[in-house]
Design a protein around this ligand. Sequence first.
Ligand code: FAD
Ligand code: DHB
Length: 383
Amino acid sequence: MRTQVAIVGAGPAGLLLSHLLGLEGIDSVLLERQTAEYVQARIRAGILEAGTVELLRDVGLGARLDGEGMEHRGIHLQWPEHRHHVDFTGLIGRSVTVYGQTEVTKDLMAAREKAGRPAYYSAADVTLHDVAGSPSVTFVDDSGAARRIEADVVVGCDGFHGPSRASVPEPRVWERAYPFAWLGVLADVAPSTDELIYAWHPDGFAMHSMRSPRVSRFYLQVAPDEDIARWSDDRIWAALSERLGVPGWTLETGTITEKSVLPMRSFVTTPMRHGNLYLAGDAAHIVPPTGAKGLNLAVADVALLARALTASFRGDDRLVDAYSETALRRVWRCTHFSWWMTSMLHRHGDGFDAQLQLSQLQRTVTSTAAKTELAENYAGLPL
Ligand code: FAD
Ligand code: DHB
């Protein structure tokens, strides 16, 4: 089989890239290790930047997003006895939208099926060949048959654990492991807040997010090797009430439907292109989740790459030649912002570090310059 673009991985990056290329009349084939049901059900990110929302609308994926997404003007930043609203819309005229990665994925999968773009789910042993010359990808399909796809270009959208990154020879890698993790909790209960709460607390960071008017999402800072069995539902609610509590506010509790421990790391690999292989999304970089950049950064990569590949197929290679350098400018901005939010809000170090964090939080909610810096990064730089 032959195609213009072989895309490895059908997470949000791979699915969106295939959609954007399809709109330009460029063929692609998606190869995904998991089943479609598994990919669709994976609970991950929840916040879309303003530019991500505009892009999804512009490419015909806005119908459910506009109906079900919840637009937020800003976030609440908090520490004991203090809760402050940072109003992004008032500061910079941009907002964010609560719409789960599960929903973005469903919309993209529905668009792919409607357009009849080919995809192989449950693809095993996906292997990249000759990416610097005449690329091809081999795999075993869900019936056990060995297959080969020849392509002009291969794009690795296969996340942090996928095989594509290994096809870039002599990469340069930057990495930071954080000495804590998140316990993520999904619960059937109406949010106890209008907008997200990011809370510094002596016991550790806590966050109150949401997925819909009836479903709340919470995170608690825990040890990196935390045993989830030690977190009963009662213990989770007690910790959330304690860390998120401010005078006069009550956390409503409900049925916990999912809980898992998420490791936290920063990771960047360069270059993001080798010959006819391009990397996009988590295949090239990971940010810690604080600040909700992971999914948005994957979208920004593929928006850039779709433009670049479209121009290249029409004979102009300037954008593909600049892809790695251009993408990495945004990657490092988001890497810094996620590191900064993570460092400011999680308990680590000693009492001196805690005083610095509280000073930074105080500054962030009182100085217009500091608030604006947060708002521009959180709501997202233009695509
Ligand atoms: P992925 O979504 O990881 O997709 C990669 C795809 O490649 C997957 O479908 C995978 O199955 C497939 N793949 C892997 N190996 C192979 C192979 N060998 N062959 C074929 N296919 C393969 N971000 C936030 O902003 N907020 C959050 O709260 C948040 N929570 C997260 C929780 C978890 C557990 C994880 C892992 C990430 C979270 N993120 C969060 C990050 C965000 O979800 C990612 O940045 C986003 O999914 C990146 O999209 P992607 O398409 O690049 O990668
Ligand atoms: C969510 C995750 C984040 O990392 C974040 O900063 C905000 C929201 C979420 O899953 O809802």
